[in-house]
Design a protein. Structure first.
Length: 202
């Protein structure tokens, strides 16, 4: 009889429900990269990732992005433990810096949940650009090195009083009263007997 009582108590204890554990709904959106540079009228590309970070299923997910409509999507469901949903989208022909915010909202048994993430697009608008080629060259000791300098305006701006300076290689110094299109010229160092890092500035 005592043994039967013990079994009965074990069975009753097994029926006691657990308290204090409550389901929670949560969603996360990330918009990458957080910062990117594009030229004027260039295209910004984003990667959007949606993750169910809660422990209940999500449905009717709506992704809104007023400044980048191509990033807007709808998703029927995102279950607990499922792989994140990732996609790419673009904002075309960007002309000015902007902070772009993507927002997601979703339904759950716990109610509506939401999240947002921001990405900054830095529009680079160089009026003038200079290149020095080749970036690396190998010569014998006592030989000279020749470079090709190209000065241009990526935006097509009309520039005046353009001055090119190269303290290490004065033969690369130059000046132009006006710059209406790309200008290229060659210049040569004196004989070299040691490695050299040579910077040209415009």
């Amino acid at each position: 009889m005592p043994r039967l009582t013990a079994l009965l108590l074990t069975s009753i204890c097994g029926l006691v429900p657990l308290h204090g554990v409550q389901a929670a709904a949560a969603v996360q959106i990330t918009k990458d990269p957080a910062t990117q540079e594009v030229p004027v009228n260039g295209d910004a590309t984003f990667t959007i990732t949606l993750t169910n970070t809660g422990d209940v299923a999500l449905s009717n997910l709506v992704i809104s992005d007023p400044l980048a409509p191509e990033c807007e999507r709808t998703l029927a469901a995102l279950n607990v433990g499922s792989n994140p949903v990732t996609y790419q989208c673009q904002l075309l022909a960007v002309t000015a810096d902007l902070t772009n915010v993507a927002t997601v909202s979703a339904d759950s048994v716990e109610g509506v949940v939401s999240d947002n993430d921001a990405a900054f697009v830095d529009v680079v608008d160089p009026l003038i650009q200079i290149t020095k080629e080749p970036p690396t060259q190998t010569i014998a000791a006592g030989d000279t090195a020749t470079f090709t300098i190209t000065v241009s305006s990526p935006t097509g701006a009309f520039l005046t009083n353009v001055v090119v300076s190269d303290p290490v290689t004065p033969s690369c110094d130059n000046s132009f009263e006006a710059l209406e299109g790309p200008i290229s010229y060659d210049c040569t160092t004196a004989p070299l007997f040691a490695d050299l890092v040579n910077t040209v500035t415009v």
